[in-house]
Design a protein around this ligand. Structure first.
Ligand code: DGY
Length: 321
């Protein structure tokens, strides 16, 4: 088959996705092990018929003006706050994302962070490796119980629901805050839909799974931290700017809340300096979807979406309204 389209992939992704695109397209891939600079991105998409992009690429007016031939942009992520959906829709440019295939990987990571911070795993690991361990001690690394505690889920979509369902082994009470009622969580867990203040006040662990929107930016700020229990932990695997990071650092330093587990940051890849020196926060480099299976499926879905756009069909995971 002659290859009809030239597509640009803005970062190396699992080969299955590239291979799928290569069946019908000439595929050019960012050769560097880093995101493209803005100039490189604009230069490389100039002549592309389609673009497979990442959450680290800002897909905005300038990009649409530059990639004049592009029949669509397929995001390699479920979140798409990096894309100007309104502008693309106005111009009739299709956009897509990769929902569904990273749900469990992300919820698992939220649990991993919850365990790590509640049971001080990273701190204890560092201590042992430093050669400081003199043997078992009754007062060493006392942490928080998880069994029977209250879990607050902010954003009860696919990932929030998976996070909540995985609490069953720990016999937790589950509260959730979402504009929609979540029947699965209510039926299977007896979860209660509550307003944000109730969730903040009553939860022992809060896990954020909300999308980043103008209305959700900084939903966790000093005012919110003041409403949380001093013994509560905050977990974020969604998007960094949902939290005011410098106010979080202050809350963690002053003991306003007990700890946090973060996979995402307000100014990625920068992390608020103060967080780096705190023991009561576990920091991971945006790896919640980083399982081989999830990332491979994301590559396949993004490739399928892009191929559909090139053919003038509706992408299976189109995000334009
Ligand atoms: C997403 O998909 O939105 C994650 O942040 C990266 O996989």
């Amino acid at each position: 088959m002659s290859k009809k389209w030239k597509v640009y992939v803005t970062r190396q992704i699992p080969h299955a996705g590239i291979e799928l695109l290569q069946k019908e397209c000439v595929v050019l891939v960012n050769p560097y092990d880093r995101p493209l600079t803005r100039e490189e991105l604009l230069e490389n998409i100039k002549d592309a018929d389609g673009v497979l992009c990442l959450l680290t690429d800002k897909i905005d007016v300038e990009v649409f003006d530059t990639a004049k031939k592009a029949k669509g942009f397929a995001n390699y992520a479920v979140g798409y706050d990096n894309m100007d959906v309104e502008e693309a829709t106005k111009r009739g440019i299709p956009l897509s994302n990769t929902p569904g295939v990273l749900t469990d990987a992300t919820a698992d990571m939220a649990w991993a962070l919850l365990f790590a911070v509640a049971r001080r795993i990273v701190e204890a690991d560092k201590f042992l490796r430093s050669g400081s361990w003199g043997g078992w001690g009754p007062m060493q690394f006392l942490g928080a119980d998880i069994q029977g505690k209250t879990l607050g889920i902010v954003g009860a979509g696919r990932i929030g629901t998976a996070m909540a369902l995985k609490s069953r082994g720990f016999d937790m009470q589950v509260l959730y805050h979402d504009e929609h009622k979540n029947e699965v969580m209510e039926e299977k867990l007896g979860a209660k839909q509550v307003d944000m203040d109730t969730l903040l006040k009553e939860s022992d662990f809060i896990s954020i799974h909300a999308p980043l929107l103008p209305s959700t930016r900084h939903m966790f700020d000093m005012q919110a931290f003041k409403k949380m229990k001093n013994s509560a932990y905050l977990i974020n695997t969604a998007r960094g700017p949902l939290i005011n990071e410098s106010e979080l650092a202050t809350a963690l330093k002053s003991g306003l809340i007990a700890g946090a587990g973060l996979d995402v940051y307000e100014f990625e890849p920068k992390v608020t300096e103060d967080l780096l020196s705190l023991n009561n926060v576990v920091l991971c480099p945006h790896i919640a979807s980083a399982t081989t299976t999830a990332r491979t499926n994301m590559a396949l879905i993004a490739a399928r979406n892009l191929l559909a756009m090139l053919k003038g069909e509706k992408a299976p995971q189109c995000i334009n309204p």
